[in-house]
Design a protein around this ligand. Structure first.
Ligand SMILES: [Cu+2]
Length: 457
């Protein structure tokens, strides 16, 4: 969780990136970030004003103004990213982190981005979604040669359209994106009052395949990833999105995984107000509680946070809210294998029966290889949250200060608003037809369907 300390160090870092030494150099200084905590919004120190975004478990890249051009310096390099406490990954990213820092500019800004390559192979940067001169599009071989190791390229264009964008390589992209090379880009409207919201969160959806006990993603994996992340963080490593009651909130999500993610918010209705192609006219918006985000897409959702509480915000593909799981495992629900377990225990002391009552482990700890996250491990005020991966919370509270993004702790439910155990009389409960009358036990509990005609309707 983000603490005041990490907020302060974030502010100090931004200050350090803006010192005058950089202003006289021919290249802007490349600010770097060592923390995976959510950094406070970077208030624009120069250039035109705008309402900054907050990058979930990320930061915004400082810039300098030179001859009325907004100059940035990205460094493509190997980084160590903490995926969640207890696990780090050897990734490739930009300026010390993966994903790279968010770039924030204003509609109509002329932008110059220096890209230095400290990777062991060539790269390029594609400015996903921007309308720009063809030669600035960053496609290796098609619009430019690759940026060789040790070299610096410069991109320059006018940010024509306000909206939500991404950046990523178009060079050995399967491997480079599987290694985490990507970042967010926001072009703010010319008028800060246009599309204004109180809190504006951004993050990328990404996925990795890192074998338990290892540190480097398997870059040839196409679909069967085992770590599903928001901005290269897995729950419980993802910070909460903290908002004031009745704030107008925008959440912008970009998808650079290899599959779609239906993103679901509890307790509120939202509208999709931005797509890859810009702002959705108000007449074309409809209420949602889940929006599917396809590969390569960006979506901005907006709502008024009118319901205090700790609300789940997650991908609705159940496998995507799990960490480091194996899929080649049989379902054991309803199977009594205690006799088998006893016999295996004679051979392998410590063998445990698992999954016969479902997957929730009720806090049971299993020994894990080093650098491996439990499949689901978040702790809430009522015990274990059976979640990992693409899951976090929207924390809506009354009375927060305007710029206060600190985690307020768990929600205190007003009396009479909390689900609880029924303490009164219970009538005999009916059972579904065909089910055993007692909890399954013994070999007889397994209903094996054998032979005969099976018909399908
Ligand atoms: Cu998903």
């Amino acid at each position: 969780m983000t603490t005041r300390r990490s907020f302060l160090s974030g502010a100090a870092l931004v200050g350090a990136g803006m010192v005058s030494k950089a202003a006289i150099a021919s290249l802007p200084e490349a600010a770097t970030q060592s923390s995976a905590a959510t950094m406070p919004p970077l208030m624009p120190p120069n250039g035109r004003p705008y309402n900054p975004v907050v990058t979930l478990n990320g930061w915004t890249l400082p810039w300098r103004m030179k001859d009325n051009v907004k100059e940035f310096h990205l460094v493509a390099e190997p980084v160590v990213r903490e995926i969640a406490p207890g696990m780090t990954a050897n990734l490739w990213g930009y300026n010390g982190q993966s994903p790279g820092p968010t770039i924030e500019v204003v509609e109509g800004d002329r932008v110059r981005i220096f890209v230095t390559n400290k990777l062991p192979e060539h790269t390029s940067v594609h400015w996903h979604g921007q309308r720009l001169p063809n030669g600035m599009d960053g496609v290796t071989g098609l619009t430019q040669p690759g940026i060789e190791p040790g070299k610096t390229f410069v991109y320059e264009f006018v940010a024509k359209d306000a909206g939500t964008f991404m950046y990523h390589p178009h060079a050995d992209e399967m491997a480079q994106m599987a290694m985490g090379m990507m970042g967010f880009w926001i072009t703010h409207p010319k008028l800060p009052s246009q599309h204004a919201v109180d809190r504006d969160f951004v993050f990328l959806l990404n996925a990795y395949d890192i074998d338990p006990g290892s540190y480097t993603p398997k870059v040839n994996t196409m679909l069967d990833f085992n770590l599903w992340t928001f901005n290269s963080r897995a729950f419980p490593g993802i910070d909460a999105m903290v908002v004031r009651k009745d704030d107008r909130v925008r959440i912008r999500v970009g998808n650079l995984t290899m599959t779609n993610h239906p993103i679901h918010l509890h307790g509120h209705r939202f509208e999709v107000t931005g797509t890859d192609g810009g702002w959705v006219p108000p007449s074309a918006r409809w209420p949602e509680v889940t929006t599917d985000i396809a590969v390569g897409q960006m979506r901005a959702i907006e709502f008024v946070a009118d319901a205090p509480g700790d609300w789940s915000f997650h991908c609705h593909k159940a496998h995507h809210t799990m960490n480091a799981m194996g899929h080649a495992v049989p379902t054991m629900i309803g199977v009594d294998h205690s006799g088998v377990a006893q016999r295996i225990n004679n051979l392998v002391p410590g063998y445990m029966v698992m999954g016969d009552k479902g997957g929730a482990m009720n806090g049971m700890q299993m020994p894990l290889p080093e650098n491996t996250l439990p499949m689901m491990s978040g702790q809430g005020p009522f015990g274990g949250i059976d979640m990992g991966g693409m899951f976090t919370t929207l924390k809506v509270r009354e009375g927060l200060a305007h710029g206060d993004y600190q985690d307020p702790g768990w929600y205190q439910h007003p009396a009479g608003t909390l689900a609880h155990e029924w303490a009164g009389e219970l009538p005999p409960a009916p059972r579904a037809p065909g089910m055993a009358q007692e909890p399954a036990s013994g070999a007889g509990a397994l209903n094996v369907r054998r032979g005969g005609a099976m018909h399908h309707e």
